[in-house]
Design a protein around this ligand. Sequence first.
Ligand SMILES: C[S@@+](CC[C@H](N)C(=O)[O-])C[C@H]1O[C@@H](n2cnc3c(N)ncnc32)[C@H](O)[C@@H]1O
Length: 250
Amino acid sequence: MILEAIQYTATALVTPNEFRPFIRSSLGLWGRAGRCKKAWAAHEQNCHAFIRETIEPMKQRRTAVVLGSGLLRDVPIGELSKAFDTVVLVDLVHLASVRTWLKLKRFDNVRLISRDLSGLSEALSGELPEPLSFLRQVPYLDLVVSANIVSQIGVGCRRVLDRSDHAQPDVILSQLVRAHLNGLSALPCKTALLTDVRYEVTDLQGKVIENDDLLCGVPVPLAKREWDWPVAPSGELGRDRQAVHRVIAV
Ligand SMILES: C[S@@+](CC[C@H](N)C(=O)[O-])C[C@H]1O[C@@H](n2cnc3c(N)ncnc32)[C@H](O)[C@@H]1O
């Protein structure tokens, strides 16, 4: 509790006003990641291995951008920092603990940007969302990693749309997911997409209690690798149930 309060205050001090409301959700992720460390380890290793595999054949390694860098758990930041001239981490919030760790490790070529990558405000004003268009301005861009952010854009924006009683939240949400996936595949550089695509909540006997798509109805891209991520092992959602997400790497 005290650690969380320190983390909140230290993060708020270095986070622009408009992004401060998202600190709580980053702290939630931080707490969950700590509690579920063991259950998430294989997923994180799979993500690292896929990013490693993506950069291995790359001859030119100037700038790499990570979208949804969060706590840097599923991103091999040490290897990226070593392999590229510059690494840019983009997220709504970069927790103080992440900032301090980067400084202690002397990853001096790593830059942090707070940015809303959803495209929600464009979509709500009737424009075609182009949430990744800012990447066109990044010089010497050789790699973009979308690091388990796509489904979270859907989750976060659904909350906003539900609060505002929007008439067609599902239409907007699928537009945002499509904009991220299309924006990524249109980039003139190497890309790696990591995302959970659906989830299943089961009881301890394996009976499915709930399941749903996490890409808001957008067809799932053809995956190079796939695995299960026990996002909420037994105890996290309740003692009698667990949630497993299916993750793809493209
Ligand atoms: C499941 S976490 C990804 C974990 C992260 N890749 C890691 O290695 O720890 C999803 C991340 O997406 C970020 N996120 C969610 N919606 C976002 C948005 N609209 N714009 C930017 N980042 C967003 C969250 O803040 C969170 O850090």
